[in-house]
Design a protein around this ligand. Sequence first.
Ligand code: C2E
Ligand code: MG
Ligand code: MG
Ligand code: MG
Length: 280
Amino acid sequence: HAKRSGRGRVVVYTHQMEEAAKRVTRIEQALRRAVAAGEVEPHFQPIVDLRTRDTIGFEALARWTDQDLGVVPPNVFIPIAEERGIIGALSQLALRKATLAARDWPEHLFLSFNLSPSQLVDQNTGLHIQSILAETGFDPHRLEIEITETGMMTDPISAEKIVDDLRAVGIRISLDDFGTGQSSLGRLRDFHFDKLKIDRAFVASILEDRPSQHIIRAILAMCDGLGMEVVAEGIEEEAQASRLIQFGCGGGQGYLFGRPVDAAATLEYLRNAGPRALAI
Ligand code: C2E
Ligand code: MG
Ligand code: MG
Ligand code: MG
């Protein structure tokens, strides 16, 4: 009996793997079409000054809806784009659209844009970013590039060169999802990050979990010493925001302040900023 269920498991497993591989290929083909047709859209989520609640910038987050597959989340299509060599084209499309949209925002607001690990292995990435900025006329000083710990660790020498080139033209660099990847504090010394984003896993447990509180406070002390700005990600509740302010965290992002929305809704959000009304 054990043998039979064992064999059964193998069969099911193989079948599932086959189905999963088929689905990945289907997504890959649909994504290639969508990118060529310019159908990937950036949405924008506000990043705020935690104390004043002023919006200081927006993070661009790619969105894709396929006719047959429906909404495919970035956590699904970004890894497939990376694996199947579509990420470069997808990213250039998203950055072009994002910078075009961000030109309509008040000038003091920055645009934050995510780069995937494989893009930091490709020395053309810096040039591609700069040529898109030249094409859309977006000021590099208003752009922030978010890279993850995996992004800086895959090929540190290549990543560091790209980061240096981007910083040389005034683009700021932000370390995304901090605390969840293969952290190396030594890399924090070698790289020159302007900003660090505390992963939402720590924020999610900040109210009840002592270890998370200690880790957040240690990150804030370190960033203070290194002269790095900090943004806490995934803030959903007022109590989390007040605890972060109490710990001295400057920036915040999360559903509490706003969900990612398309370019038109972002302009609407800026118009409705009320007492913090922005001149647009
Ligand atoms: P990320 O860069 O860490 O982006 C933050 C993610 O957290 C976004 O998920 C955002 O919608 C979500 N989020 C924001 N506030 C909250 C909150 O209060 N609660 C919760 N539970 N989630 C919140 P999203 O849009 O699904 O993107 C997932 C990931 O996909 C991003 O994580 C980023 O790594 C990647 N990604 C998205 N767009 C791009 C892109 O254009 N290029 C690249 N390379 N990666 C992208
Ligand atoms: Mg990000
Ligand atoms: Mg993040
Ligand atoms: Mg993330």
